[in-house]
Every structure is written in C-alpha cells, then in structure tokens.
Design a protein around this ligand. Sequence first.
Ligand SMILES: Nc1ncnc2c1ncn2[C@@H]1O[C@H](COP(=O)(O)OP(=O)(O)OP(=O)(O)O)[C@@H](O)[C@H]1O
Length: 307
Amino acid sequence: MITVEGLTKKYGTVLAVDDVSFTASPGRVTGFLGPNGAGKSTTMRIMVGLTRATSGTVTVSGRQFSDLPNPGLEVGVLLDASAQHAGRTGREILTLAQRYMGLPRHTVEDMLEVVSLTPDEASRRVGEYSLGMRQRLGIATALIGDPEVLILDEPANGLDPAGIRWMRDLLRGYADRGGTVLLSSHLLHEIEVIADDIVMIGLGRIVSRGTKTELLQAAGTIVRATNMPALGMALHERGLVASPTGDGAVRTDADAALVGQVALDAGIALTELRAAEGAGLEEMFLELTSASQREGPPATRPEAAVA
Ligand SMILES: Nc1ncnc2c1ncn2[C@@H]1O[C@H](COP(=O)(O)OP(=O)(O)OP(=O)(O)O)[C@@H](O)[C@H]1O
C-alpha cells in the first residue's frame, strides 16, 4: 500500500506538486496518468526519498521510505532506466543488487529469465543496451528483492508491442498475487489497458481519480440521430451539455437511458446510443488536463474526483 497525503513540492517559484493525495492498494495496478511536466516523476522521486517534499507525507506499507531497513526487499523502484552504470554488464548490475540486499545468488539468473534477457545480452555492457533492454534490466532490478510494492516511472518506454504485452502480463500477475503496483505514463491508452485504478494529474494537481470502471462510466454517452440539430436542441432544453465527437455524433455526461428518453419525448429517431467508454475517457483526459496541456488555453483547474 502506498499512501500519499497532502504532498507539495516547490522548485523556487515552480509548484511541481500541489497538495496531492491518493492511495495505491495491494492487489491492484494504479496508473498515474498526466501530460508532460504534470508532476508524476517528482511525486515518485519523493516517494523513494530522492527528492525532499516541501510538505506532506508518503508512506509505503505504513512507513516512510527512509525508515525501511532494506528498501529493495519492500519496494521495487524503476525511475530512470538510463541511469544504470553504462560500463557494467546487466549481470553485474543485478549481482550488485543481489549482494546489497543479501539475496541468494541464483536470484540473478532467475531475474534475467523473468525479464527475458539472454545470457549473451546479460554479459554485454549496459551502455550498448537498447532502451527496451535497459527497461527490462530496470524491471529485473526492481523485482529482485521480491518486494510487495512496485513504483515504476514510464516502464513501457522503449518497449516494442510484444514487450509492452509482456510487461502488462508481468504486472498483472504481480498484482494478482497481492502486490501493489504504481506506474506512471503520459499515454492514456497504456494506462487504460493495464490499470485497475487511475489517478490523473495535471499541473501538479490531482484532477481525477477512481477505478477504471468508474472513470469509464463517468465518461458519458455517445449519441447520434438522423436530425442532429433537433437532438442538440432537445438535449439543451433538458439542460444536458453535448459536445461534438468529431465524427458527427455528440457526447453527453448523461446516461444512455436519460438520453434515449429525451429523444423519445422529442420524437427524434436515434441511430446510435452507447456508453462512451474508451473514447470518452480520452476526451475526459484531454478536458481534465486542458489547463495543463501546453497546446491548450489556460483555464481554471477542474476537480473531478470520483472516488
Ligand atoms: N530539479 C528540478 N528543478 C526545477 N524544476 C523541476 C525539477 N524537476 C522537475 N521540475 C519541474 O517540475 C514540474 C513537474 O516535473 P515532472 O518531471 O515531475 O513531470 P512529469 O509529469 O514526470 O513529466 P514527464 O511526463 O514529461 O516526465 C515541471 O514543471 C518541471 O519543470
């Protein structure tokens, strides 16, 4: 379990993390989602004691990271796969972790197998590794102490589609065995596929959080009619906000039953009526983080916690 309470980090005048609170629970994969510069890495660095918080607390399994006697046995961390010593081989890096944590020697070969690094690759210097190979080695280092909690910053970076599938299955299995996984990404689809719970952050603030199911339900309804202007008018008259989806339909926050009733009352024939699901989550992500999108206009920050 990871518990973040009122976490704030200022770098001079930059408010990188602004009063962030959330939990990541055992048995679940929690996706930490936000655009570039949202504050994900800073939050994770504070979690593992690499950056000092201005205020607020983070506990892992009830304790601060700095109070853990042998942290690698309790928390597996992958923050920057490129930070590994370029002159050492993959096997040497894992062996150092194994000795440092006081683990049996066979764990090194076990982990190489888990992350599918071949004996030949394990004997090569990390400086010659591709980014995907470095990520695999980083995940092996995070897992070697068999910790209960994993904190992974953009772990899918550099992995090919098969590698992403492999990582997804690995983390799923880890969570299903009771582990706590927190992983960050600026890619909605990645988080949507892998996470049970989602925490969205923008400009250092939590803009939404909840289970994926809740967020998908909260994503609204897609509706299409032969007479779209009449449908727009009918929804408007009932106080329902509808926004164009870009392909001729509209999305509204109302549930499908209400939208269907509104259309029936107005005598409008619908050609499509369905839960917005993934498309809606993407729209919500863009809406919720619009204040922090470099491409978007400045706006007041929304707060849309659903859990
Ligand atoms: N050491 C630092 N000194 C000053 N500002 C910093 C420092 N580290 C991060 N920041 C600022 O804090 C904010 C949040 O950065 P952070 O790296 O946490 O975002 P992120 O969500 O991880 O982004 P990305 O997806 O691009 O990795 C940014 O405005 C960044 O410029």
